[in-house]
Write a protein that binds this ligand. Structure first.
Ligand SMILES: [Cu+2]
Length: 398
């Protein structure tokens, strides 16, 4: 990575923090106690009272949740940080709830709950809509859960909204129909932004069976239309998302499968504006100066990633890299993304060192192809323009 972008020094710590947060979320499994999957996507649920530095909210500290008798779960999850406003808050019980149960959702003393508290038809869920203009910040949900015997019981939990987390989402607002593949026990792409009215279709590519389930687990009450039947290989499930807001979801069969849909009206952010690294070539398929944030975002897509390990003292690199730039300029696909990764020179940073180590790169001018997180090619040979064309086209996702 070269430091020819003055904003980079400022933006990188935050981006690394977000990237680290995403990794943490991906790696965390069930709650130790409740057997409940984490809230999906770029959100997480730290242990109660845990303090974490992340995103634009700085240090985050959540109080302990208060759980009344017969409490089961809630969405958003306690301690989760969401990339947008939840469409509603739901609290699930294993006992019939009754009037006058009530939910308040406040931040800095302002109420962001909208309309009345609703008791679902099954009588096990309390629900309240949230104002779509709720700002970034911390939210406390306080509720009174009443039983048929008229006794009421207090509970509370907290979550946060941090829209800067949207930088980790794949912006698909240019598309009316979006497909998410269930592949290798993951949702791909995982966290996405779509326009209101977009139809999202999930297709199972795996041999194992999957579900699409709205949070929480196992109540699945946040947005009930987003609950599929068991999906065998080749089976699909579709849902149109109308109301703006964030939709955390998961697969009930696999803890690694959490994701999030953000429904928000707008234009897809232009690709060039989305990168933190300098664009060195390419239009539909960009070739970038490596940054960890851009690389991590690419890893979350189904794109072919082409890495060039480049040393600024190496004459072969200097001669070959322009050939790679030409190759990217001529690509008409948006299914490839390239990175120039500094290697063994005075501009090599730790992320770049780690990447070289991860892929066992022993020489400068080595090319590495990565697809779906797997290294599919490593070549230390010098390539001409024809070889670039052949190798990239051969490896592009179908
Ligand atoms: Cu699954």
């Amino acid at each position: 990575m070269t430091n020819n972008n003055s904003q980079k020094g400022f933006a990188m710590p935050m981006i690394i923090a977000i990237a680290a947060l995403i990794v943490v979320v991906a790696g965390v499994g069930y709650y130790a106690t409740g057997k409940q999957p984490q809230t999906a996507g770029t959100t997480r649920a730290p242990a109660s009272g845990e303090t974490e530095e992340k995103g634009s909210l700085g240090r985050i500290s959540f109080k302990n949740p208060k759980k009344p008798p017969h409490y089961e779960s809630n969405t958003p999850a306690h301690g989760s940080v969401l990339a947008g406003v939840p469409i509603n808050v739901v609290i699930d019980f294993n006992f019939d709830v009754a009037k006058p149960s009530a939910i308040t959702i406040t931040s800095d003393g302002v109420e962001y709950g909208e309309g009345a508290t609703v008791i679902d038809a099954n009588r096990l869920t309390l629900r309240r809509a949230m104002r779509p203009d709720a700002p970034d910040g911390f939210y406390t949900v306080s509720y009174s859960a009443c039983w048929l015997d008229q006794s009421c019981h207090d509970g509370s939990f907290q979550f946060a909204i941090d829209r800067s987390l949207q930088s980790g989402y794949k912006d698909l607002r240019g598309e009316k129909d979006v497909t998410v593949r269930l592949s290798q026990i993951l949702f791909t792409p995982r966290d996405i932004i779509v326009n209101p009215g977009t139809k999202v279709t999930w297709v199972n590519d795996d041999e194992v069976e999957h579900y699409i389930n709205t949070d929480s687990h196992p109540a699945h009450t946040y947005f009930p239309p987003q609950n599929s039947k068991l999906l065998a290989k080749g089976a699909s499930f579709a849902q149109v998302f109308g109301e703006p807001g964030v939709y955390p979801y998961h697969c009930s069969a696999h803890v690694s499968m959490t994701a999030s849909i953000l429904v928000e009206a707008g234009e897809a952010v232009a690709m060039e504006d989305k990168y933190t690294g300098t664009v060195l070539a390419g239009k539909s398929a960009p070739l970038l100066d490596f940054t960890k944030a851009d690389y991590d975002a690419a890893l979350k897509s189904d794109k072919l990633i082409v890495l060039y390990f480049y040393a600024n003292w190496c004459p072969i690199c200097k001669a070959e890299f322009p050939i790679m730039q030409n190759a990217f300029n001529e690509l008409s696909t948006n299914k490839a993304i390239g990175f120039r990764v500094n290697y063994n020179d005075d501009q090599t940073d730790n992320d770049e060192k780690n990447l070289a180590r991860e892929f066992g790169v022993a020489y400068q001018h080595t090319k590495v192809f990565v697809k779906n997180g797997q290294r599919i090619l490593k070549s230390p040979e010098g390539w001409d323009d024809k070889r670039y064309d052949t190798e990239i086209n051969k490896a592009l996702p179908k």
